[in-house]
Design a binder for this molecule. Sequence first.
Ligand code: UFG
Length: 326
Amino acid sequence: MHILVIGGAGYIGSHMVKFLGRQGCRVTTLDNLAGGHRDAVLHGDFVQGDIADRAGLDALFRGQHFDAVMHFASFIQVGESVTAPARYYQNNLVNTLNLLDAMRDANIDKFIFSSTAAIFGEPRSDRIDEAHPRQPINPYGRTKLMVEQVLADYDAAYGLKSVCLRYFNAAGADPEGELGERHEPETHLIPLVLRAASGRRPHITVFGRDYDTPDGTCIRDYVHINDLCSAHWLALQSLLSGGGSQAFNLGNGSGFSVQQVIDTARRVTGREIPVQYADRRAGDPARLVADATRAVAQLGWAPRYAALDTLIEHAWRWEQKVLLRG
Ligand code: UFG
């Protein structure tokens, strides 16, 4: 089986490439290295290229057959998507259309798409299942929802089978310590908390403590990167065995506040973590927690690393490795 992983040099993609390698798959990574790292691709072939480049995609598809494509390459910063929407519509939507059309011409009809909780907008229930209204409140979420809608139309018209996986808060690192989160700039809570623990940053800034939550800070559903990989693997099996197009919400169904994340990180690392408090960050809902019942029931998904301690432990091991490497 030969899988093409777009964005395989990035945070989630690189873990997926390693996971697929362990399953004995042949893997090719296509990545433009705008945000990814060549040395994070631990398995298979690597092609430096961009999904905006139709001729490059055609050449890649002429040279070999792919049984399925997994697409991790997108811009992910909500705030930036508000100030620079053109970048987001171009990269996340237009370039994805380019990829889908090249796949269509090459008769590749299986696609796994990295979607997001941001397609739902302001939550209307404690746990968000797939029936929740999809009303994104920022361009990032809209680009992902638009691709989901395109995929439904492409299935109906062209028979392209897809699985959309809507991650809540992807976090953690390779349990074996070989891979981790390497965004620059880093904006995500857990790696920033751990940088404050290791001394790479002076403190963690908490955005808002006046939310309507028990301790006043935002609640999120942190899902381990390897559990996301296992969901992709199960989605792939479903498509390969003739399953139809589907969408799944992926989270553990339990929420942790920013304050709880910091307290857990203090316990796991045994370090001081200086905290500063600031105003709310624009566009942050108070609480985002998944109902992943469908993924459990239909894919047989069984998250292995649901404990926040474990997730932070793995991310901390990675932070220490990065520090040692300098
Ligand atoms: N936070 C802080 N301080 C920081 C960084 C984050 O207090 O320095 C808070 C945020 O306000 C939020 C929580 O920590 O309440 C989590 O923030 P992240 O930036 O780690 O994650 P988000 O929930 O904002 O974003 C996640 C994904 C995005 C995706 C979004 C969709 O990481 O890629 O969900 O809702 F777009």
